[in-house]
Write a protein that binds this ligand. Structure first.
Ligand SMILES: [Ca+2]
Length: 331
């Protein structure tokens, strides 16, 4: 035995005690088994409602809107709970995905913050929510700095920016596109997240391959890195997001994104909260940011909010199913 043998042994013992204490006192267990597989494609609620017709009647649907019933933006206040910059909103009868209209949100050329958002309160509050919308970036969409230009889910209520959540107060998850790595416009589809384990007082950017900006985060042993994706501009794309609160004491919180029914990101091992009173209570559709070198439009259509997977709009051209109750009679 060398002279420093006992010292090494002691070090190991102290380290074990510290580890054990850390595990015990954090009271947040890592998952021991993979989380449930997520659905993809036309296997969700929308598959049973061609063109989303009647989809609001499904038991799991919280809200649905094709933006076709309004003749003015002000009429939308009957279904929503507010706007930021209503003068940047328009109902567009020439560019739409379904029906006869869509919602256009315009980011003007600006050297300062413009926060454009349509606000929908989620009531009752939820632990798990799916949001699907068709979105179209203008063909020349570019030059928005630190954009918040997608779907934003928050809870309890949002107390940022510039504040780290405690696990007992709030959280934020954005699905958005902004150029943080020198990629093409409009930037990778990433999550912008406020959660209690963020390093900074401002939120973290999570990419689908597991890399992060403005903080380090472990997505757990079952995380599957996926390639970063840049949505094409000038076309309608089906975006869907899942936000799932964790069980207090467990790391079973989850955020997942789909593009046109394909799973493009699945962040796991997330601790959003330490108490069940932190819940999802608001959705916003956005097209804003800290500055913009030009006018940049984004359109939204076929919004559905639900408690289970929605999937892309079904065209109704589904092959008929064989009858299950057929009886052959010989008489
Ligand atoms: Ca529509």
């Amino acid at each position: 035995m060398t002279e420093d043998g006992p010292v090494k042994k002691l070090d190991v013992r102290v380290a074990s005690i510290v580890l054990l204490a850390g595990t015990f006192f954090s009271l947040v267990a890592h998952s021991q088994s993979p989380p449930p597989a997520l659905p993809e494609g036309n296997t969700g609620i929308a598959a049973s409602y061609p063109n989303d017709s009647g989809i609001a009647t499904h038991a799991n649907v919280v809200f649905a809107d094709g933006f076709d019933s309004y003749t003015s933006v002000s009429q939308m206040s009957g279904n929503y709970n507010g706007y930021f910059q209503a003068n940047n909103f328009a109902l567009d009868t020439s560019t739409f995905f379904g029906g006869s209209k869509s919602l256009r949100i315009r980011m003007p050329q600006t050297g300062t913050d413009v926060w454009n958002a349509l606000i929908k309160t989620i009531s009752p509050t939820r632990d798990k929510l799916f949001v699907r919308a068709y979105a179209r970036y203008a063909p020349n969409y570019s030059g928005v700095y630190e954009a918040h230009n997608g779907m934003r889910v928050t809870g309890n209520p949002y107390l940022g920016p510039g504040r780290r959540p405690t696990g007992r107060d709030f959280f934020l998850v954005n699905l958005e596109n902004s150029r943080y790595r020198g990629e093409g416009e409009p930037g990778y589809t990433h999550a912008y997240v406020y959660h209690p384990e963020q390093d900074d007082i401002y939120g973290e950017i999570w990419d689908s391959d597991g890399t992060t900006i403005n903080g380090a985060q472990s997505f757990g042993p079952f995380f599957v890195p996926r390639p970063k994706t840049i949505p094409a501009r000038g076309v309608w794309i089906c975006f869907e997001m899942l936000v799932q609160m964790n069980t207090p004491g467990s790391r079973d919180g989850r955020v997942a994104f789909w593009q046109n029914g394909s799973l493009i990101a699945d962040w796991q091992n997330v601790r959003f909260r330490d108490v069940t009173t932190v819940k999802i209570d608001e959705l916003q559709l956005e097209n804003g940011g800290k500055s913009s070198t030009q006018q940049n439009d984004k359109w939204y259509d076929n919004l559905v909010i639900a408690t289970s997977y929605i999937g892309p709009v079904s065209t109704g051209n589904v092959p008929p199913q064989p009858p299950s109750n057929l009886r052959i009679s010989t008489q």
